[in-house]
Design a protein around this ligand. Structure first.
Ligand code: MF3
Ligand code: CO
Ligand code: CO
Length: 270
């Protein structure tokens, strides 16, 4: 038995709407990114686009988070706070958009290249993108939550990268973060490992490090998470619905992301 919520058809429709808003805002951000821009300007774009839609940015004031979006640059793993930092050529940046609309949250993120990435930056970003796809491929009724992390970890390690253990995917709906926890690593045989059922909705959001998996929380702002070895980290996130035969990616984008090279998904366009 598990207490993971099974959404009704109406709740699923509402989740489609909030997730599509988050996806569209993320596409918009990708189109506006450039060297010379501050992460504060990204916050303004996300905030204004969300409000314009009659929605609310979920991060703002969430457990005291001070901004409307997370912007995580280079060695920042997640929960970067937008501010005066000016993006420079070669940076990678994860922008994590969560939109609250019609009583439901939709959560999605991507890592973007500012100008030309180094081979290392490209590698860690490509591995993170593929890791999310591999996680999504495990989703179907009857599979176990643990199958997701097992497949992701095997792939990420084979690429010579580390996968973060301190932060996991999560159930989502009327609440931003709820059951189940969705680890991106292989869990112990004794750990809880619920079966997926049609109507469950959760995120998959692997954080992939170029070096080790260890992370550190910023002692002064208590939000910014960095790699312990200060090597690069990249992340992609989707909100997914479990179906009888597989899954529906609720935050699937109608358009290719600019500055993020989604080659695997859109080979026909490249
Ligand atoms: N969007 C993040 C996630 O994927 C959570 C951000 S919480 C915040 O779960 F407070 F930092 F916004
Ligand atoms: Co999330
Ligand atoms: Co997110």
């Amino acid at each position: 038995m598990s207490g993971i919520e099974i959404k009704s058809a109406r709740e699923i429709d509402a989740m489609r709407a909030s997730c599509q808003m988050a996806a569209e805002t993320l596409v918009l951000v990708g189109e506006k990114l450039r060297a010379g821009m501050t992460t504060e300007e990204i916050n303004t774009i996300v905030h204004e686009d969300t409000i314009r839609r009659g929605a609310t940015p979920s991060p703002l004031n969430y457990h005291g988070f001070p901004k409307s979006v997370c912007t995580s640059v280079n060695e920042v793993v997640c929960h970067g706070i937008p501010g005066p930092y000016v993006l420079v050529n070669g940076d990678i940046i994860n922008v994590d958009v969560t939109t609250y609309y019609g009583g439901f949250h939709g959560d999605t993120s991507a890592t973007f290249f500012i100008g030309t990435p180094s081979p290392e930056a490209r590698h860690v970003t490509d591995v993170a993108r593929r890791a999310l796809d591999i996680g999504i491929e495990q989703v179907r009724e009857g599979a176990r939550i643990g199958d997701i992390g097992a497949a992701i970890e095997e792939y990420v390690h084979a690429q010579g990268c580390g996968v973060v253990r301190d932060y996991v995917g999560h159930g989502i709906g009327r609440k931003f973060h709820t059951d189940p926890q969705v680890p991106h690593y292989k869990i112990a045989r004794t750990a809880p490992n619920p079966r997926m059922k049609a109507g469950m909705i959760f995120t998959i959001e692997p954080m992939v490090n170029l070096g080790g998996w260890e992370v550190e929380l910023d002692a002064s702002d208590k939000w910014t998470v960095r790699t312990k070895d200060r090597k690069l980290s990249a992340q992609f996130e989707h909100t997914v619905l479990v179906t009888r035969t597989g899954c529906e990616v609720l935050t699937k984008r109608a358009k290719l992301l600019k500055h993020s090279e989604e080659r695997d998904l859109f080979t026909e366009l490249t």
